[in-house]
Design a protein around this ligand. Sequence first.
Ligand code: NAP
Ligand code: NAG
Length: 332
Amino acid sequence: MDWLYFLIVCIILFLVLQIITILRADCDLALTWIEKLGKSPDCLRDQVVWVTGASSGIGEALAVKLASVGCRLVLSARREDKLQTLKQKLIDLGYGTPENYLVLPLDLLAYDSHKKLPCDSHKGLVETVLKYFKKIDCLVNNAGRSQRAVISKTRFEVDQQMLAVNTLGPISLTKAVLPVFIQQNFGQVVVTSSVAGKFGAPGLGSYCASKHALHGWFDSLRVESVMYNINVTMACPGPVFSEALIHAFTEDPDKKLGVTMKPEEKRMSAARCAHLMAVAMANNIDEVWITGNPELSFLYMNQYLPGIFHRLAKRFAQKRLKKIMEGSNNLH
Ligand SMILES: NC(=O)c1ccc[n+]([C@@H]2O[C@H](COP(=O)([O-])OP(=O)(O)OC[C@H]3O[C@@H](n4cnc5c(N)ncnc54)[C@H](OP(=O)(O)O)[C@@H]3O)[C@@H](O)[C@H]2O)c1
Ligand SMILES: *[C@@H]1O[C@H](CO)[C@@H](O)[C@H](O)[C@H]1NC(C)=O
């Protein structure tokens, strides 16, 4: 009997310790441990990594992080001038020679489609990368746009455009890269999803839809691609400093939010987020949550106590909804 009590006390102590860790952490428990004990991002040296959305925010920070450990990079986004500036910055920092970096302007919306858009392009871009680097180790689908809009007021065009850029864009690009990965018999796909890809949140309806859809598609890709040695890593950040609220969708397809984040807001730095993403890449983790609280606790509650989570979410949503209506933007 004494042993049983001992065991129960141990289990309770363990659970309490885990809960305290969750309350203090800025990422999920597994990643917290792997950051300390797992492989360092240094093991990514010499890999060819294609980062979309490298012209600002998380993508730019990830490019800096990966360059610092000796990756060769394809830098993609629409604003070529920003990518050129980033390339120069990486060289000035002493992270390798100009040949290590290929600036490759890309529009996620210019996907190859059976309708033959005038800007039919993702397959062509893959050819360019292959010609330059001869292989692709990893594709990071990071580019995307956020949102602040209440569903009842949101025009349907916003939903369409959101899914086009955040969901169909990454799917199209990944499908263009997939034959290369299959032929190489290796490859890694990283996706910047979001906490909003794990549960619904007020003011983010179309955005949540676009990010949830990514999980469905990429989780399927992961289980289908085991035999080709292809790994898929889903990264779910919470609030991070970036340009996201400048370019975010609103209720109206023709109007961007145009809000600059303020330094005093409670957000993670893009550099910290990028470091944790690099740890996840180095260790081939299937899914990581990169956020402090309250979002981290919500994620755990949603995963393990969904009934309680949904009840709390309804109550909590009212407060956030009011904030959004009043124009506050300190939400991811
Ligand atoms: N910041 C956050 O709080 C947060 C939280 C969770 C998840 N995320 C996700 O993190 C990713 C990066 O966002 P961020 O926060 O770093 O915002 P950001 O600073 O606005 O960066 C977005 C990037 O996506 C690119 N992009 C946008 N539309 C594009 C298009 N049609 N074609 C190609 N590239 C396009 C932008 O480059 P161009 O304008 O030059 O094309 C830019 O480089 C997004 O997927 C976002 O949903 C952000
Ligand atoms: C995929 O992940 C597994 C498990 O970590 C690893 O052994 C394998 O080398 C990875 N493959 C690639 C291409 O990264």
